[in-house]
Design a protein around this ligand. Structure first.
Ligand code: IPM
Ligand code: MN
Length: 378
């Protein structure tokens, strides 16, 4: 029997309870598809930080880096200022493990009602490939008051470093600045991945940017998109401005197959994507480094007000678990988990309140696990 060790970070708010359901479903898949998982729990998140002062230490990163896939609940806690846990843990993990692909399937499952009138499962089935390490997420910037100031801003990545020496002079009362940067290496690898994915799907790749205004950064993105495309003559392409794409996602979602986008726009448009696939309770994501450590999580946050109530929808996290199993090479188990989610929602009997039901988070997990076992036996 194959034995996996999978690190788990439940995190904050509802994180631990949704991940518990995800583990339940993967364990059920293991029973029928012949593998066993040894879950290694990590305490990181708000409580751990408040108790110990540790966000995530070098040793923990070292330990996690020995694994191919991490299962993550959610991070974020109202006791701390916004950004402490998000940057200190979530982005830190994404950047440290160079998880340059943020894969977010936007798929309306059979049995889920689409908020866009007239659209059904056959209309909404695409994948957003969000660049996950660069752009305005590199986290460098500052403020300067009237007068002169020097600032040195640095970005360090495995593939390169960049330093920005700023000589600021302003007669404004105060200015704030943030640097967005993309590199040739960073842009090409994610675009190349997206082309590959499009080739395996329906040969259609859409780029999202704002090259009409932020032309230095996204003009460069486009140039690389076109260059890489020469390797993929079968793939049809188009450029979309980010503002327009939010309109098209709603008006013509069936147009899209694979969408590739810089980091920040990807963050924004995938929340919209989640809504058209039935809500945040259903949207999974993978932070992927094809040659290193990947990490799987729902795209929603930690919903602190529902913490410990066993009430929220675990389906996004369970689906993220399917993406995780796929990364480990358990394709059959991954497919069974997605089918089981689909069967659970089509039956429409065991469901949480966001989907109009009265069941608990744990009951939905148990139901999906039961269906996975059934699929595995047949
Ligand atoms: C997401 C989240 C994160 C992001 C935050 C919590 C840092 O919104 O995964 O989409 O912006 O990437
Ligand atoms: Mn987001």
């Amino acid at each position: 029997m194959t034995q996996y060790k999978i690190p788990v970070i439940g995190g904050d708010g509802i994180g631990p309870e949704i991940v518990r359901e995800g583990k339940k479903v993967i364990d059920a898949a293991g029973e029928v598809f012949g593998f066993d998982v040894d879950w290694i729990d990590f305490p990181h998140g708000a409580d751990h930080y408040l108790e110990t002062g540790e966000l995530i230490s070098e040793e923990t990163l070292q330990e996690l880096s020995r694994h191919k896939a991490i299962y993550l609940g959610a991070l974020g806690d109202p006791r701390l200022s916004p950004g402490i846990l998000e940057k200190g843990i979530l982005l830190n993990l994404r950047f440290s493990f160079d998880e340059y692909i943020n894969l977010r399937p936007i798929k309306l499952l059979e049995g889920i009602e689409c908020p866009i009138r007239g659209k059904t499962a056959k209309d909404i089935d695409f994948v957003v490939v969000r660049e996950n390490t660069e752009d305005f997420y590199i986290g460098i910037g500052g403020r300067a008051k009237k007068g002169e100031k020097k600032d040195l801003l640095e970005v360090h990545r495995n593939m390169y470093s960049a330093k920005f020496g700023l000589d600021i002079e302003t007669d404004s009362e105060e200015i704030a600045y943030q640097i967005g940067m993309i590199s040739k290496e960073g842009t090409r690898r994610v675009i190349d991945y997206a082309y590959g994915l499009a080739k395996d799907r329906n040969n259609h790749l859409s780029s999202v940017d704002k090259a009409n205004v932020l032309s230095d950064i996204y003009g460069f993105w486009r140039e690389n998109f076109t260059e890489i495309g020469k390797k993929y003559p079968s793939v049809q392409t188009d450029f979309n401005y980010v503002d327009a794409v939010t309109m098209w996602f709603v008006k013509n979602p069936e147009f899209f197959d694979v969408v590739v986008t810089p980091n920040m726009f990807g963050d924004i448009i995938t929340d919209l994507g989640a809504m058209i696939q039935g809500g945040l309770g259903l949207a999974p994501g993978g932070n992927i480094n094809p040659k290193g450590t990947s990490m799987f999580e729902p795209i929603h946050g930690s919903a602190p007000k529902y913490k410990g109530m066993d009430k929220v929808n675990p389906l996004a996290t369970i689906w993220a678990g399917a993406l995780l199993m796929e990364t480990l090479g358990e394709k059959e188990a991954a497919n069974a988990i997605v089918s089981a989610i689909e069967k659970n929602v089509s039956a429409g009997i065991v469901k949480t309140s966001d989907m109009g039901g009265t069941n608990k988070c744990s009951e939905v997990g148990t139901d999906v696990a039961r269906i996975v076992r059934e699929i595995g036996k047949n």
